[in-house]
Each structure stands twice: as structure tokens, then as C-alpha cells.
Design a protein around this ligand. Structure first.
Ligand code: IPE
Ligand code: IPE
Ligand code: MG
Length: 265
């Protein structure tokens, strides 16, 4: 894994020191990020919120690249929530425009780096020009296998559950199921992420201690990491710190500490 960073990370830098503490055998398979704080970043610099989102897009590109080098299998980025429609129309429009520009600029890099794109959320409710670009990028990266980049777009966890229950209901009717035949496995299959492992690590930037309707079902046993760093400032060192924190956690899934002597268990 370290070789993947050769020539990218400076010798003797903070990044390098952090990177070398990471255990390459215990990289979170699926990392999800709530990319928050673009507005505050801009405000602190006397810039427009849109300028903050532009800087946020650059941070997203850095994160994608770094995660791919680390060998993360799935990276899910929360880009636009179903609640974000409440923002001023100009901001929403700018976000959609930035998304299109992001795809125009990054598609080449995604292909070169063997990264596959997927979108979760109600894509069909977005402007046709956005849908078209997104679907084209998904199509052009469909055979890539190094990392899956999942972008949550017009996404919310509750909307996902509504969509899942509707589709599950359809299946149940078709197959003539009884209520008892519905279990966790059946619900999971109908989520947008039905075929993906649950996130191991969820990062939120800019200090807010909330989930904001992200991946509600999937994060049941995800390790949470909140940093005060604002999203546009989030760089490789911050990502490495998050992964190191994750590697120091003990995941119990409701069990007991694994280091208890056998007699005490
Ligand atoms: C996150 O930054 C980007 C999106 C939600 C699209 P914000 O725009 O929420 O930034 P803050 O929270 O206002 O600082
Ligand atoms: C969460 O951030 C959504 C995204 C990062 C896309 P918000 O800024 O929308 O969340 P709240 O409003 O602070 O909960
Ligand atoms: Mg915010």
C-alpha cells in the first residue's frame, strides 16, 4: 500500500509519519464521508458559499485519490441530501453545475485509476442534464475494479428506506409472501446499497455530531469519527488520522471485549 504513495507524499512530512502508522491489513473496506463545512470555510474567508463548494469539490477529488491508493474498496461520499433542496435556488443550481463540472474534469482520472462510479439517491428527480452526465460516467466506468466510488446524490436514509419498502412490497406481492418471510436480509437486498458491505468507518467533517439522514440502516455498527476540520481543508493527513483512530477502536457488535481472559468471559 505504501508504494502507491511513492512520489505523492513528501519524505519526512506529517502525512508520511501518519501513513506509516497505518496497518495495511486493517484498512476499512467501506469508508463513508459526510462532507460538511463548505459554507463555514467560505464565510471565514469572506468568500461566497459557492466558492466554498468549489473548494469542497477539490477536497473530494483528493479524498477519492487517497482512498484508492490506500486500497479502500468502497468510498461513499454524501454530496447532496434530499433536505438540501431547502437551500436558496442559486446555491442548489451552483451545486448541480459543480457536479457536472466535477464529472467532466474527473471522468478521465476515474478511468485512468480504474475507479467505478455509482450513484445512490433519487437521481430521476434531478435535472435531465445532470442525470445524463452521471449515467454516462457510470456507464464508462462500469468495468473498473480498483475502488467503487458511491456518490449519494439527492439521497436521504429515510427516502432510501421508503424506496426499499416499496420495492420489497412489490416482490412480496409477486411471490405471495407471508409477513414472517420478511427478514433483515430481505430488507437489505432492496436498499440502494443492497450488494455492498456496510460502512466500517463514517467520517463527518466540521464538527457536527449528527447523521443528517445518511445511511440510516447501514451504519448500525459503523465506527463514527467526527473532526473539526472543514471539508475543503480535509486532506490526506486528516484521512490517515481518521483511519488510525478507526484502527485503535475495538468493534464488539454487541459482544464482550475480545481481550478478556477466557475465564472471565
Ligand atoms: C456541505 O457543506 C456541502 C453540502 C451540504 C452540499 P455545507 O454547505 O453544508 O457547509 P456548512 O455546513 O454551511 O458550513
Ligand atoms: C449533510 O450536511 C449533507 C451533505 C453533506 C450533503 P448538511 O449541512 O446538509 O447537514 P445539516 O443540515 O447540518 O444537518
Ligand atoms: Mg452543512
Amino acid at each position: 500500500m505504501w508504494e502507491a504513495f511513492a512520489g505523492v507524499i513528501k519524505r519526512g512530512s506529517v502525512e508520511e509519519k501518519l501513513l506509516h502508522q497505518i496497518d495495511p491489513q486493517r484498512i476499512p473496506r467501506h469508508t463513508a464521508i459526510i462532507m460538511d463545512g463548505n459554507g463555514r470555510w467560505a464565510q471565514r474567508r469572506g468568500k461566497s458559499r459557492v466558492a466554498g463548494h468549489r473548494a469542497g469539490a477539490r477536497a473530494a477529488r483528493r479524498a477519492v485519490e487517497t482512498c484508492a491508493r490506500l486500497g479502500i474498496e468502497v468510498l461513499t461520499l454524501y454530496a447532496f441530501s434530499t433536505e438540501n433542496w431547502k437551500r436558496p435556488a442559486e446555491e442548489v443550481q451552483a451545486l448541480m453545475q459543480l457536479l457536472k463540472e466535477f464529472i467532466d474534469r474527473e471522468l478521465h482520472a476515474l478511468k485512468k485509476n480504474n475507479i467505478r462510479l455509482r450513484v445512490i439517491g433519487r437521481l430521476h428527480e434531478l435535472d435531465p442534464s445532470v442525470q445524463e452526465k452521471v449515467l454516462q460516467a457510470i456507464h464508462e466506468t462500469r468495468d473498473n475494479g480498483r475502488m467503487l466510488l458511491v456518490v449519494a446524490l439527492n439521497y436521504s436514509g429515510r427516502a432510501e428506506l421508503v424506496d426499499a419498502f416499496r420495492s420489497l412490497y412489490r416482490e412480496a406481492v409477486e411471490r405471495g409472501w407471508m409477513p414472517d418471510q420478511i427478514d433483515e436480509h430481505a430488507i437489505r437486498r432492496h436498499l440502494y446499497t443492497g450488494d455492498l458491505p456496510d460502512p466500517d468507518l463514517l467520517i463527518r467533517t466540521s464538527g457536527e455530531m449528527r447523521i443528517s439522514n445518511f445511511l440510516l440502516w447501514q451504519i448500525a455498527y459503523t465506527e463514527l469519527y467526527v473532526t473539526e476540520v472543514l471539508w475543503p481543508d480535509f486532506g490526506p493527513a486528516d484521512l490517515f488520522s481518521a483511519i488510525l483512530a478507526f484502527q485503535h477502536r475495538e468493534r464488539r457488535y454487541g459482544g464482550i471485549p475480545s481481550d478478556l481472559p477466557v475465564a472471565a468471559r
